[in-house]
Design a protein around this ligand. Structure first.
Ligand SMILES: Cc1cc2nc3c(=O)[nH]c(=O)nc-3n(C[C@H](O)[C@H](O)[C@H](O)COP(=O)(O)O)c2cc1C
Length: 219
């Protein structure tokens, strides 16, 4: 598949046909995704490929509270899970919010769920002493996650980067036997897309790129 075509059409896939995703295809996807960069090339990524339905049900359950808060905050006009703006929705309202099925069913209906982890013992975080939320350590794992989705697209499969379960990371780690030193970066359900987005909605270059300074002229 043409690289630019893949980049422009690899949207979030949350519905799957049920067609199998065989291990040899999965292996090929991961064999190409592993060429993603990481800080200092330390390659602290570990992936757990989960096919077992009981385990996936537990992952869906662990994703539910995060998804409830996401939905409740949107309903309250907030930017969900934003670290700069505390959640303004009461706990009881969140707990009473219906679990958005579209956010948990991909974990059940996909052919495989990849739990993608990062060894924090080798992650480089140049922003660790700054007085703000860290973002740099994520850059040692998310290029890999994106490569997985691009490679899956190239193989005729698809999926979505999900993070709702990470709000319950201790439960995910206990379920999958993940050592303390690892962070859970994403759960990625993969399968044959029921439909493929043709056009993704993204800001134009002129809205996100300026010349020379943040307040410079648009490119
Ligand atoms: C950091 C991150 C976290 C995300 N978490 C979730 C998630 O937990 N559940 C989900 O369904 N989608 C999740 N997504 C997918 C986004 O909703 C999706 O990429 C975005 O809406 C664009 O969708 P599109 O490519 O189909 O236009 C996440 C994406 C990113 C980059």
């Amino acid at each position: 598949m043409d690289l630019y075509a893949a980049m422009r059409t690899t949207g979030a896939v949350r519905q799957f046909t049920g067609e199998p995703l065989p291990d040899d295809v999965l292996e090929r996807i991961l064999d190409n995704a592993r060429f993603a960069p990481s800080g200092g090339n330390r390659q602290g990524i570990r992936v757990i490929a989960v096919r077992d339905m009981t385990t996936r049900e537990a992952l869906a359950e662990l994703s539910a509270p995060g998804a409830q808060r996401y939905t409740a905050q949107i309903a309250n006009g907030e930017s969900p899970w934003n670290p700069l703006h505390p959640c303004g929705v009461p706990e009881e309202t969140i707990a009473a919010t219906e679990v958005p099925r579209g956010m948990v069913t991909p974990l059940l209906n996909a052919e495989v769920v990849l739990a993608i982890c990062l060894d924090l013992g080798v992650a480089a975080a140049l922003d660790q002493d700054l007085d703000r939320i860290g973002v740099i350590s994520g850059a040692s794992v998310y290029p890999f996650v994106w490569n997985v989705l691009l490679a899956a697209r190239n193989e005729g499969f698809g999926g979505v980067l999900t993070t709702m379960a990470v709000a319950r990371e201790p439960g995910v780690k206990a379920l999958l036997g993940i050592p303390d030193q690892y962070a859970v970066a994403a759960l990625v359900p993969l399968g044959k897309p029921a439909k493929q987005a043709k056009k993704l909605t993204r800001k134009p270059v002129a809205d996100i790129v300026t010349r020379e300074r943040f307040d410079g002229a648009p490119l």
